[in-house]
Design a protein around this ligand. Structure first.
Ligand code: ZN
Length: 313
C-alpha cells in the first residue's frame, strides 16, 4: 500500500488492520494473494499480463442477467453485507469497503449508501482521486464487468498495479492537456480508448464534461450505451487529474461461451482492460496465447481501426 498520501493512508490502513483481524474470509483471501501467479504477455506496445487467481471465480463467472440479479439479495446493500464488513465513511453518498475477494493488496470497493443502479460513472471518483494521490479509482459499467449492476459502486487500487496507467502517462504528456485518442499515440494497441488530462484552469470543467459523456457502443442495437464502458480516474505525479475511458462492445468474448475446446473463463472488467487479465483457471493461465488475448480484446472493446471509425469524426 505504498504511495498513498499521509492524508488517506491512515484511515484506509486502519480499515485494513481491523478487517484483517476480525474477518477470517478477507484475511484468508488477502493472504492467498501471496500465491497468485503472473505471466507477462505483451501485445505489441500494450504491456498486458495474466494473473492466475482462483478466488476471483465468483466474479469472473458471475451470472449478471437481469432476472438473476433481481432475485438475489444485493451484496452491496448494508443490510445484506457480511456481519464482519465495516465501512469507512466517504461522504453522504458513498462508503469505502475492503473488497473481500481481492486482486491486489489494496483493493477497495466504494459503494453507494443507497441501492441505485450502476448508471453513469460518478463524479465522486474525481473527489476520491483528488484526495488520494497514488490510488486509481475504476468503474465497470453495468454491462462491462460490474458484478452488481444494480448497485452503484466503483473500486480502487494502487496506480502502479494497472499496466495501462504507465503507458498513458508516458504517451499523453501533461504538456498536452485535454483529450487525446489512443490512435494519436502511434502505438500498436489491441483496442482504442479516450485519455483525458484535466487542465487545472477554467477549461478543466469542459474537459471533465466531455469525459463524463463518453459512451460505449452496442453493435446489436446500433446505439451508444453508457453501460458498456470502463473508466479510470487518478491524479498523476504532476498533480493533474487524469481520466481514461474504454468504450466496450460486449462484456464477454466468444470463448467464454464455448464449451470444451477453445473455452476460456475470462470476463473482462476494468482491471483486465487495464492490462491485467484475471484468470481463475490454471489451464487458461498456462495456455492462453497472445493471439487469443488479442481476439478477446477485439471482441469486447473496439480495435484501433473500429475506434477511429466510430469515435473520431
Ligand atoms: Zn444494493
Amino acid at each position: 500500500m505504498h504511495r498513498i498520501s499521509e492524508k488517506v493512508h491512515e484511515p484506509i490502513q486502519a480499515l485494513y488492520v481491523s478487517q484483517l483481524l476480525q474477518w477470517p474470509l478477507a484475511r484468508d483471501n488477502y493472504h492467498a494473494l501471496d500465491d497468485v501467479l503472473r505471466r507477462d504477455i505483451p501485445l505489441g506496445d500494450f504491456p498486458s499480463a495474466l494473473q492466475f487467481n482462483p478466488a476471483r471465480r465468483r466474479s469472473t463467472a458471475a451470472v449478471v442477467d437481469k432476472k438473476t440479479i433481481e432475485k438475489r439479495p444485493c451484496f452491496l446493500c448494508s443490510a445484506n453485507r457480511p456481519e464482519e464488513q465495516i465501512e469507512c465513511h466517504l461522504n453522504d453518498d458513498f462508503s469505502i469497503l475492503v473488497n473481500p475477494y481481492p486482486i491486489f493488496p489494496l483493493h477497495l470497493t466504494i459503494s453507494a449508501t443507497t441501492h441505485r443502479p450502476q448508471d453513469r460513472w460518478p463524479l465522486d471518483m474525481v473527489i476520491c482521486a483528488e484526495k488520494m494521490p497514488g490510488v486509481v479509482f475504476f468503474f465497470n459499467g453495468a454491462r462491462a464487468g460490474a458484478s452488481a449492476p444494480d448497485h452503484l459502486h466503483f473500486q480502487a487500487t494502487a496506480d502502479c498495479e494497472l499496466p495501462i496507467i504507465g503507458l498513458i502517462e508516458r504517451h499523453h504528456p501533461v504538456s498536452c492537456p485535454g483529450l487525446r485518442y489512443s490512435t494519436d499515440f502511434g502505438l500498436d494497441l489491441p483496442f482504442g480508448f479516450f485519455s483525458f488530462v484535466i487542465p487545472a484552469d477554467s477549461s478543466g470543467q469542459q474537459v471533465l464534461a466531455q469525459a463524463l459523456n463518453v459512451c460505449g457502443f452496442d453493435p446489436k442495437t446500433g446505439r451508444p450505451d453508457r453501460d458498456l464502458l470502463n473508466v479510470f480516474v487518478w491524479l498523476d505525479p504532476a498533480g493533474l487529474l487524469r481520466i481514461v475511458a474504454i468504450p466496450r462492445k460486449a462484456h464477454r468474448p466468444d470463448c467464454y461461451f464455448i464449451e470444451g475446446d477453445g473455452h476460456h473463463t475470462v470476463s473482462p472488467g476494468a482491471v483486465d482492460m487495464a492490462g491485467l487479465v484475471i484468470l481463475p483457471d490454471k489451464e487458461d493461465f498456462d495456455s492462453l496465447t497472445a493471439d487469443e488475448l488479442r481476439v478477446i480484446y477485439a471482441q469486447t472493446a473496439f480495435t484501433q481501426d473500429e475506434f477511429k471509425h466510430l469515435y473520431i469524426k
